[in-house]
Design a protein around this ligand. Structure first.
Ligand SMILES: Nc1ncnc2c1ncn2[C@@H]1O[C@H](COP(=O)(O)OP(=O)(O)OP(=O)(O)O)[C@@H](O)[C@H]1O
Ligand SMILES: [Mg+2]
Length: 272
């Protein structure tokens, strides 16, 4: 029998993209004697919106900082898109500790927005957004500006392109920080309590923007938040983190509606 011509035409993919964009495998992180992450296993599937909740000081920010290579693990492995953060394979097949170039390549896939927006105060809003795409990705300045204006539209700040960050409200600055992170076209966006430094009346605007991003883009989100209602309606999966491990994980209806762990119930009754 003749072979199926369609079969033959199928492009051969060099490698299948791994289902998990992020995978922590038995990760240990210590500060002195203090074990912050205790053989942590954690995965984030591509395209998903995952929220991490848990008590203060339990290590949520540490997880994001490890992903950004701002910290190093003591034990275990972190894979981003199937590639280890800590190791690289050289041309002759040797496995070596990752160098800065390797880490930089992986970091390109990751965007992060912090509680403190950290905008460049001496640059206009537009320049804040175009700076890294031009200097790091080598993007053409006109193209970067066009893209920045689209992103300002997305975050509802088109008319603020020429403003200086110090003239913006906290909520507006945080929306610029979100646009700036997206300008690098990350595959995953890490959000660390992005509304907790804001006045209460500014929180809703920022959360609306994030909901919009979750709905209208295919970007993967890993959020740390104390806003439980936001966690509930943005995420497909909520992970409860305590004592260095994910103790429970599931859809928001389950975690908020019928948590299995006593520790989760305790935590939720304190924050809700
Ligand atoms: N550079 C550091 N040196 C020593 N200890 C640190 C350092 N960074 C974090 N820690 C400790 O690690 C633990 C986890 O901190 P982390 O900031 O990850 O917590 P968190 O869950 O994000 O808390 P929060 O909800 O308050 O933001 C804390 O006990 C903190 O004191
Ligand atoms: Mg934190």
């Amino acid at each position: 029998m003749a072979t199926d011509p369609l079969q033959k035409q199928k492009p051969k993919r060099k490698h299948l993209a791994p289902a998990h964009l992020v995978a922590f495998d038995q990760v240990v992180k210590r500060y002195g004697d203090h074990v912050v992450l205790d053989h942590l296993d954690l995965t984030v599937e591509r395209g998903r919106h995952v929220t991490l909740i848990g008590p203060s000081g339990s290590g949520k920010t540490t997880i994001l900082r490890l992903l950004m290579t701002l910290e190093q693990v003591n034990e275990g492995t972190i894979l981003v898109d199937g590639v280890p953060l800590t190791h690289m394979t050289t041309a002759n097949g040797r496995v070596r500790p990752a160098d800065e170039k390797h880490r930089r390549e992986i970091r390109k896939k990751i965007g992060m927005v912090f509680q403190q927006f950290n905008l460049f105060p001496n640059m206009s809003v537009l320049r804040n957004i175009t700076e890294a795409p031009v200097s790091v990705l080598g993007m053409d300045r006109d193209e970067a500006e066009e893209r920045a204006r689209e992103l300002l539209d997305l975050v509802g700040l088109r008319d603020k392109a020429d403003a200086h960050p110090t003239r913006l409200s906290g909520g507006q600055q945080q929306r610029v920080a979100i646009a700036r992170a997206l300008a690098m076209r990350p595959e995953i966006l890490l959000l660390d309590e992005v509304t907790s430094a804001l006045d209460p009346e500014l929180v809703a605007g920022v959360l609306d923007v994030l909901r919009d991003i979750a709905r209208s883009t295919d970007i993967t989100l890993l959020c740390v938040t104390h806003e439980m209602s936001f966690a509930r309606d943005i995420s497909e999966r909520v992970m409860m983190f305590d004592s260095g491990r994910v103790i429970e994980s599931g859809p928001p209806e389950q975690i908020f509606g019928a948590p299995e762990q006593e520790r989760t119930r305790e935590f939720l009754s304190a924050v809700l």
